[in-house]
Design a protein around this ligand. Structure first.
Ligand code: GTP
Length: 326
């Protein structure tokens, strides 16, 4: 330890050999992809034919899954209103929801709802709201003509028989679009129970309808109406929603009558209450063309021959859009 520091040997740089060559090349510039391929051909080639086949099949499967069977969309340029059926067990909030949605779109309050209500929801869309009572015949009729079903579920009670019945009926007539709406969520005071119930009902709904089906939550009422923001979201969803034409609907001509007027002379009705009546039906012809003298089925009445007079009566009132098509 005499204060001298031992001098370390310097690192010797290589001037020849593979390492030196590599260094020289790197200094010249970055290697191209071509060089890399040449240097390591295995990394870019097919290593296993089986694996390659598997990858190829998987890619093809995904591609074919995206293909849909093309359906003929016969909706005219100015389509009839979209039929929205609001269904659910008694006292679940069907009328309240229709009233709130109408207020959301029209900024007007509607008193009593005595039948279908049609409103304009956008430049190209009109909506007809119909309440589905819990009667099997109404359910069957509406399942056929519905474009969208708002399925109301009382969260404090859970799923009820009517909901399952309606889902079964829908399956027979080609499933229309179904959206769930949970009401009575304000009945839950405990947040944890609320979250758990929402989750359980969502999964049950997905099992019944399809995985990922849309479910809306209406979390309570303010002055007898659902919360504005929640109704607004639901309304926005409905007004931009796309509908897939259903096979039953596109292959049958049908008229959904939304108004009926009795044209019989009131005096005749007074003197003879059971006389034949002349009625005027209002509605839109949907589906396909209606032929003259073909049989038509009037729900609840039976099958009858379509007379031209009835036909024209309906046509005149319905502003038959189909005729405009070539
Ligand atoms: N607390 C609470 N009450 C609700 C909710 N939804 C509806 N109600 C109440 O339930 C009652 C029935 O609502 P309606 O809209 O008449 O129900 P409905 O399904 O049309 O009933 P029916 O036509 O008789 O089958 C009303 O008094 C509403 O105020 C909700 O989410 N929370």
């Amino acid at each position: 330890m005499d204060g001298k520091v031992k001098k370390q040997r310097k690192h010797q740089q290589k001037h020849s050999g593979p390492k030196a060559e590599k260094k020289k090349l790197r200094k010249q510039g970055p290697s191209t992809e071509e060089d890399e391929r040449r240097r390591n051909p295995k990394a870019f080639g097919v290593q296993s034919a089986v694996r390659m086949a598997k990858t190829f099949h998987r890619a093809q499967d995904i591609k074919t899954k995206k293909h849909h069977i093309p359906l003929v969309d016969r909706t005219p340029l100015e389509p009839p209103p979209v039929v929205i059926v609001v269904m659910g067990p008694p006292k679940v909030g069907k009328t309240t929801l229709i009233r709130c949605l109408i207020k959301n779109f029209t900024r007007q309050k509607l008193g009593d709802i005595c039948g279908p209500v049609t409103i304009v929801s956008g430049k190209k869309r009109r909506l007809t709201f119909m309440e589905c009572t819990n009667d099997i015949n109404t359910m069957i009729d509406l399942a056929k003509v519905a474009d969208l079903v708002l399925m109301l579920i009382d969260a404090s009670f859970g799923f009820e028989m009517e909901t399952f019945e309606f889902l079964n009926i829908c399956q027979v007539h080609g499933f229309p679009r179904i959206m769930g709406v949970l009401t009575h969520l304000d009945a839950f005071k405990n947040n944890k129970t609320l979250r758990k119930t929402k989750k359980n009902l969502k999964h049950r709904f997905w099992t019944e309808v399809y995985q990922g089906a849309k479910l809306f939550y209406l979390s309570g009422m303010v002055y007898g109406e659902y919360q504005t923001q929640e109704v607004k979201n639901l309304g926005r969803f409905i007004s931009v929603m796309k509908f897939r034409p259903l096979v039953w609907q596109t292959s049958h001509p049908y008229v959904l009558v939304d108004r009926m007027e009795d044209l019989t002379d009131p005096e005749k009705v007074r003197t003879e209450p059971k006389c034949d009546r002349t009625v005027s039906l209002y509605g839109y012809l949907r589906g396909t063309y209606l032929k003259n003298r073909s049989h038509i089925h009037i729900a609840g009445v039976g099958i009858t021959k379509c007379q031209m007079s009835i036909f024209f009566l309906i046509l005149a009132r319905c502003q038959m859009h189909k005729r405009r098509e070539p």
